[in-house]
Design a protein. Structure first.
Lengths: 218, 218
DNA sequence: AGAACAAATGAACACTTGTTCATTTAAATA
DNA sequence: TATTTAAATGAACAAGTGTTCATTTGTTCT
């Protein structure tokens, strides 16, 4: 009977554990990690603070769990379900897909909170920087740079520095996502920024693609 | 003699006031505003905490003063000393100047700290968002967009959406500045990012400029 | 030198913080 | 039903927080 804990249904306990994570994320993203108290978290769920310690060793462990969850978050797995060897054939539609994903994620509450948490803590938390670097930068920017290289070899796009191109493609998306977050905080209209996601891809693709004809009309 | 305070030399008192601001900025940028205690600040200067209150009403006022100083910081006044009506004639060299300024600011300690403080607090502090919006976004992005419009009229660059162009120009610079900050935190090499500042301008200008000849060789 | 004043000190305050723990409650197991 | 186990509670603690204030220090002006 020493394996009890391995096959317990976790039916009720895990519910509050999930609640703690969900509410903590929201609070951390809004007020910041340090400014959020364990009483805030417990209060927002409707339990007493001491109950938190049945699920997490301490406040830090809540943050660490959220950070670990970052590795499986959507923004970090843009290419996860795509077949790497065929990606470069898609051309513009691949890029448009990425931009649309970015745009949609800006308006997904869970992901918006993760983004804000990331932005606020990345300068203080080395672990977050590691995850950002490994999972966002390496997995997305570096991978896209490889795709661009393949596109150049097949003469789909003009040849230039693939890593520069990948940065040029991602940085506006990142910037626009941040703009949306900031505008929403003040309940301002995001429509002008939203349209930039697609405009960026159009502009970008126009610049990199191999011109098929010599005609220069728009 | 009721004007004494107006013409006092401020010789000694203002020195510690400056010290408080300088050390606070460093600490806020490193640990975050909330995690920095008044004892931290006083300790880093070498005075007792109670002495702080001779210069600032409270901890919040220190942050507010730093935020107000943002309006006169370098990143926010890129065009301040330029003559607006003639800017668009400069073309590529104007853009290269801006990129170089960004690059240099990434390595200026004072400005790096301001950037980190901005990034960490902008999601929590409406005043910072206001300043960011008015002084960075309006003053730089919107202004550059006006310059691009003028360039289009004079057929220096291809005609397209000037605001999109301004965003495309600024967002990589912003992104690279953040990358440099993050790399420096972990004492990693920044050289690969540093070269992107200039590469970006070359790439950008190549894409927007009016082609003088029909020849398409690079 | 003496008066006036700004700045620094030391000690204390009221309050908030994260965390612990004995106890109660409730559910699962045997 | 009785037993075991997990989860929630209430109360408390020790440490850390921002801030106040009477007092001392040191400088400036007359």
């Amino acid at each position: 009977m020493n394996e009890q804990s391995a096959n317990t249904p976790l039916s009720k306990g895990s519910k509050t554990k999930e609640k703690i994570l969900k509410h903590s994320l929201k609070l951390f993203a809004t007020k910041g990690y340090k400014a959020t108290t364990v009483r805030d978290i417990a209060g927002s769920i409707g339990i007493k603070q001491s109950a938190l310690y049945n699920h997490f060793k301490n406040k830090d462990e809540i943050l660490e769990t959220l950070i670990s969850d970052l590795t499986s978050s959507a923004i970090v797995t843009l290419f996860a379900n795509k077949d790497a060897s065929e990606l470069h054939k898609d051309g513009k539609s691949l890029l448009m897909g990425i931009a649309t994903t970015f745009k949609l994620l800006s308006f997904d509450g869970q992901n918006e909170a993760l983004f804000k948490l990331l932005m606020q803590e990345i300068f203080r938390n080395e672990r977050i920087r590691e995850i950002y670097n490994e999972h966002f930068y390496q997995e997305n920017v570096k991978k896209l740079s490889g795709i661009f290289f393949a596109m150049m070899q097949e003469e789909i796009i003009k040849s230039s520095d693939p890593l520069l191109l990948a940065n040029e493609f991602f940085s506006p998306l990142f910037f626009y996502q941040m703009q949306v977050s900031l505008l929403k905080l003040d309940k301002k209209s995001t429509s002008s920024v939203v349209s930039l996601f697609e405009k960026h891809v159009e502009y970008f693709w126009d610049n990199v693609r191999q011109e098929k004809t010599e005609g220069l009309f728009q």
